[in-house]
Design a protein around this ligand. Sequence first.
Ligand code: SF4
Length: 351
Amino acid sequence: MNVGESIESIRKQWGKKLFILGHYYQQDGVLQHVDATGDSLELARRAATEQKAERIVFCGVHFMAESADILSRAHQTVYMPDIHAGCPMADMAPLREVQQVWNEIQAVTTDLSLPERSAQAGWIPVVYVNSSAAIKAFCGEHGGSTCTSSNAAKVFQWVFNQGKRILFVPDEHLGTNTARDLGLPDEAVAIYDPGKKWGGVGVEGIARARVLAWKGYCHVHTFTADDITAARRQHPGAKIIVHPETPAVAARLADAHGSTSQIIRYVEAAPAGSTVVIGTEFHLVDRLARQHRGRLAIFPLRQSVCRNMILTTEAKLLALLEQWPAEQVVRVSEPLRVNARKALARMLEVK
Ligand code: SF4
């Protein structure tokens, strides 16, 4: 038997006691063996509802497997085929720094010597799911919610409906793009650089902000205005859609921006014969191009690969299913799990 056949044979033996999840950015060789494919939000929902499985295998990156573990039940164990598949953006927001900034901004907005507006509203943390369990726990403990790129606008609105401001961690671009989608003026959105005094925006900048976005980014999605200009020149008449982790200066020049699922729906709705240029992880764009060949012409904005996502391979998946090594279990400690679960549960409740 080859690798693929061996995986399928083990899946058959385990039946419903094994559930394999795969993120859209995984390679086709891996995705052919999963029970569910999706973006972060879809997979979090599936992990939360999957009750029969005793073993959940997450083909994605570490923060996703942590979320699956946080939402799992007592009889379930979460594994990763490659435990080293992390996310550089998630690492840009260490807990100690986030706690320090949280204390700083509380102090600013309760300082009555500042103009009255600064004391008007408190803060709620909103944390992108692309973050560690420790950051999600911090968020849950302080009344906040996680979000994904699919539902960030709804979660932001949930905060604004309470008359509060947002500390958004860790992606400055999703934070600023979402704030602007909701019509916030530029002066109400600030990027907080934890390496600088008062985040580089000063006390007045913090006092004015309704959204303070942590200075973090995903290198896979750092498309530029030049990328958009080059694509327009190369593919006249094409529609360009980018992921909202793309810097605003480029996202504004595109025809649309949307989460992975929204990009897939955009492609499905595109008229036959048209051309679509997509700014997101290359494996997804390449798959969409093959799926829609003959109906649409699909091109990547730039060939950008997430090196962490491709750490998972068919061979590693098979090795996991054969041996179930304890060191490939993803387990979030109980104190973190309780608070992180609150943040994830709030997100799943926000409609
Ligand atoms: S695509 Fe970006 S945000 Fe997603 S896992 Fe890779 S590095 Fe992290």
